[in-house]
Design a protein around this ligand. Structure first.
Ligand SMILES: NC(=O)c1ccc[n+]([C@@H]2O[C@H](COP(=O)([O-])OP(=O)(O)OC[C@H]3O[C@@H](n4cnc5c(N)ncnc54)[C@H](OP(=O)(O)O)[C@@H]3O)[C@@H](O)[C@H]2O)c1
Length: 405
């Protein structure tokens, strides 16, 4: 321990501000003690490589100290970590102000039915059915699809919407149906991919949704989203379209995707005039793409009661345990992954992937990681039922600020 701590001394002033030698020694002693307690936890959960790297990270030292303090406070209040986890494992959150309840983590199905991602080769319908059942069984109750996901498999009845629709129907009787979201692709020539006419005006949205519903095998979808703004549709045309979708009873809730802060506010106010809540804005958001946080979109969405759905929450696979295990030693990302691994370890053996998802949940977003194996589904389920605390979130953000990622 003493050796590991000596390595960190150079960085001590940044994380433990001390003004004189005496208080520096005091800080070192306290941190060494805390490091010993963290070591016991780490020894239980982390691989030797991760243990070693975590001990060489001053952020980890500070984290252990803070965690220890909180554990003591928790114990004093009579609550154990186990109790905290059980109480949260069934939690649901409201999608916008719609009354629809979803799990804090969903599943994205962009790759389902897509031969370009290996569908029909490295995974197939049977695999994805198992993925779906594993996720649903584990408490994930939100699945995101789109009319264009896996469009090349439409004729075979295996596009993403068709698969999600079938899997939803085949859940055992008595199991609550998950919330399913799909999207309207705003590009006028989308018909070249999924069929139907040239897209112009709000009627084309209704026609597209009816086709989506056929593929999903449903009379109405839970959430219908505009995939992204496109110049051939004004925002008011799109919002009028969503109003009509609601009037016709074709969707319970409506949302948007890839909308900037200003576009989101506009959409919210256009729908509000009809008394319809904007349920969600689905945007790219991960630890490596924090624009929604930095631009104020996340905060504004909270004010307006709009859920932020985080797509590519794993930065397309970069923020995963697998990346840490396979990654190059000297990569820019490695110190962040090592810290996340450490924080996961002290949260009961959670992986980098689970920390990446949980971070977004803590920020108030609903991550929808891509998933096409049962192993991945189980890992995503393990992001539910617990929360990073605010110090852990802050430590991760500090680490990010110190790296030029
Ligand atoms: N609205 C939009 O414009 C938009 C745009 C993009 C995505 N989305 C939505 O967001 C969802 C997620 O986005 P995404 O799939 O592009 O990005 P992502 O979730 O950040 O990353 C998916 C990648 O991470 C890997 N991965 C997933 N789980 C893993 C695990 N447990 N361990 C290791 N690797 C893991 C996958 O690897 P493998 O390839 O090995 O499985 C895949 O390559 C999509 O499915 C879609 O629903 C929406």
């Amino acid at each position: 321990m003493a050796v590991a701590f000596a390595v960190n001394r150079g960085a001590l002033p940044r994380c433990c501000p001390v003004n004189n030698r005496a208080s520096q020694i005091e800080a070192e002693v306290a941190a060494s003690r805390a490091l010993g307690q963290g070591a016991a936890l780490l020894g239980k959960f982390a691989s030797p490589a991760i243990r070693e790297s975590a001990f060489h990270d001053v952020d980890a030292n500070r984290h252990i100290k803070r965690r220890r303090k909180r554990q003591l406070a928790c114990r004093a209040a009579g609550a154990s970590n186990a109790e905290k986890t059980v109480a949260r494992s069934e939690d649901r959150i409201e999608l916008g102000k719609t009354g629809l309840q979803v799990s804090p983590v969903g599943i994205g199905t962009l790759q389902w039915g897509d031969p370009g991602s290996g569908f029909g080769d490295s995974y197939d319908e049977e695999t994805l059915k198992e993925v779906f059942d594993t996720a649903a069984e584990g408490g994930i109750s939100f699945f995101d699809t789109a009319e264009v996901y896996g469009y090349e498999s439409i004729k075979k009845g295996q596009s993403s919407e068709q698969l999600v629709g079938r899997f939803t129907k085949s859940l055992p009787a008595g199991k609550p149906a998950p919330v399913v979201a799909t999207k309207f692709f705003t590009i006028p020539w989308t018909n070249l991919l999924v069929g139907g006419g040239f897209r112009f005006g709000r009627k084309s949205m209704i026609a597209a949704l009816k086709e989506s519903l056929k593929r999903l095998g449903k009379d109405k979808v839970d959430l219908y989203q505009i995939h992204f703004p496109f110049p051939t549709f004004s925002n008011s045309t799109l919002m009028d379209g969503l109003k009509e979708v609601r009037d016709l009873g074709l969707a319970d809730a409506v949302g948007v995707s890839n909308y900037s802060l200003a576009q989101m506010e506009d959409a919210h106010s256009l729908l509000d005039k009809h008394g319809i809540p904007l349920a969600s804005n689905q945007v790219q958001y991960s630890l490596l793409s924090r624009a929604p946080d930095k631009s104020g979109l996340l905060e504004k969405a909270k004010d307006l009661g709009v859920s932020v759905i985080a797509y590519q929450p794993l930065a397309s696979g970069k923020l995963t345990q697998r990346q840490l295990e396979r990654g190059e030693q000297g990569s820019e990302l490695r110190p962040l992954l090592q810290l996340m691994s450490f924080i996961g370890a002290v949260n009961g053996g959670k992986s980098v992937t689970q920390v990446a998802l949980n971070y977004l949940v803590c920020k108030g977003a609903i991550p929808i990681p891509g998933c096409k194996s049962v192993v991945q589904a189980k890992e995503h389920v393990g992001a539910l039922g617990w929360r990073l605390d605010e110090n852990e979130v802050a430590t991760i953000e500090e680490k990010l600020a110190s790296l030029s990622l």
